[in-house]
Design a protein. Structure first.
Length: 314
């Protein structure tokens, strides 16, 4: 039996796992990111976690490689961080691949956290039968990845797929990226909370729910009128963005994961109707909108699966 080690670096936690070729997690470990303490301590945590995974396998010759997925834009040619925002302060410019490859005698590959989710879904999840698809992660922000002919679209340095920063309103709220009206301002967890606060401020009567995505979605599923007002705008905005992705990439599928997507069947039914109303019938007929299957483990599974997905390592 052979394995790969996966590392999923996020803003709040770093997850490590030993993955077999079937995509199953054999052993896992979790540590807090503590990003405010700087990149050096984070790299040391990554090294220590990998050491722990190697020790858990017992026979190092069974390890085929180390795959790392990280928040931020990753320069794919050398596995360094091109840019990371406030989620990981000081992380921009960090030479992740160089550091880990110097420390361990295995092939190392590094990519963006949503790109590796797309790899996981392609190999083991909802996209196993798809060669052309778009992957969206609706969480605190919105991350994206585009796969064509079974391989990721990377752009000039590896930053392709920043689909959360496609604008659905040129006069909309300002985004940290410099644009206005980005879909992240509407359909992410923070975007839903923002709209919720606006609805509360404009409401003539008290509103029972707190202005956070989880509470708003729960109230919407219970038929609350104010929450419905919020979610109708969210779905309208997201449907507009997805129609644009379909027209741009002509995919077989739009995979949607992340905490917001856990709103369930009603969310997907409403979104499906909105996208259909906004998309060319011929383009729409070729594309399904489906939930991602692998849940919160997708990042670490996909990180490890890079070892087998990389064209030179198959």
């Amino acid at each position: 039996m052979t394995y790969a080690i996966g590392v999923d670096i996020g803003g709040t936690k770093v997850q490590f796992a030993i993955i077999n070729r079937q995509g199953s997690i054999v052993k896992r470990h979790l540590v807090p990111t503590e990003a405010d303490k700087g990149p050096e301590q984070l790299l040391e945590k990554v090294e220590a976690g990998i050491d722990r995974m190697i020790a858990a396998i017992g026979q190092s010759e069974h390890i085929e490689g180390i795959g790392i997925g990280s928040a931020g834009q990753i320069r794919y040619s050398d596995g360094s961080v091109w840019y990371a925002g406030e989620t990981l302060p000081g992380w921009s410019g960090t030479p992740i691949k160089e550091r880990i490859a110097e420390r361990f005698p295995y092939p190392v590959t590094v990519d963006n956290d949503v790109n590796v989710i797309a790899i996981a879904e392609k190999r083991y999840g909802a996209a196993q039968q798809m060669e052309h698809f778009v992957c969206l992660a609706l969480g605190t922000g919105i991350g994206g990845a585009v796969m064509a002919a079974g391989q990721l679209e990377r752009g000039v340095f590896g930053g392709a797929g920043e689909l959360g920063h496609v604008s659905v309103d040129m006069n909309g709220p300002a985004c940290d990226c410099g644009n206005q009206g980005c879909i992240e301002q509407y359909a992410s967890g923070t975007g839903i909370a923002r709209i919720g606060r606006e609805v509360i401020q404009q409401a003539a009567a008290p509103i029972a729910w707190e202005p956070n995505a989880k509470a708003i979605i729960a109230a919407w599923l219970q038929g609350d009128a104010a929450a419905t007002q919020v979610m109708e705008l969210v779905i309208q905005a997201l449907g507009t963005a997805i129609a644009g992705y379909i027209h741009s990439f002509n995919p077989e599928g739009i995979l949607i994961g992340g905490s917001v997507s856990q709103a369930g069947e009603r969310f997907f039914e409403a979104l499906d109707q909105e996208v259909t109303a906004r998309t060319s019938p011929v383009m729409r007929a070729a594309c399904r909108i489906v939930p991602a299957l692998l849940g919160p483990d997708a990042g670490v599974i996909g990180a490890a699966a890079q070892v087998w997905h990389h064209p030179s390592w198959k």
